[in-house]
Design a protein around this ligand. Sequence first.
Ligand SMILES: [Zn+2]
Length: 117
Amino acid sequence: MFFKSAKINEFRLWGLVFTLVGMGIMILGTAGIVLWGQAGKIIAGIFMVFGMISLLISVAVYFWAGMMSTSATMLQCPECGRQTKMLGKTDRCMFCRTILTLDPSQATDLNAEEAKA
Ligand SMILES: [Zn+2]
């Protein structure tokens, strides 16, 4: 993963990035009509298509994040005490970014918390 944050938060971030890029491309394409007139319309059309693709990717990312969060494990963070979600066996807390794990062999603090989570 690219950022030191919880996986669900990271997916949301990527969704936001694709939304902003898509909108930015479409705005640039529209600006092309103003700048180049008739020729700009073709460029605007191409930019619109790319903008739409980017927006579709962002929707897919959001949808995927939603699907993943339904299968995420709910647990109380031992570090900050807040309710957080984690994906897979190892993830970071959504609030304090402490690395959490369900795998007892990777845990540094071995207590019975894993069994309940
Ligand atoms: Zn925490």
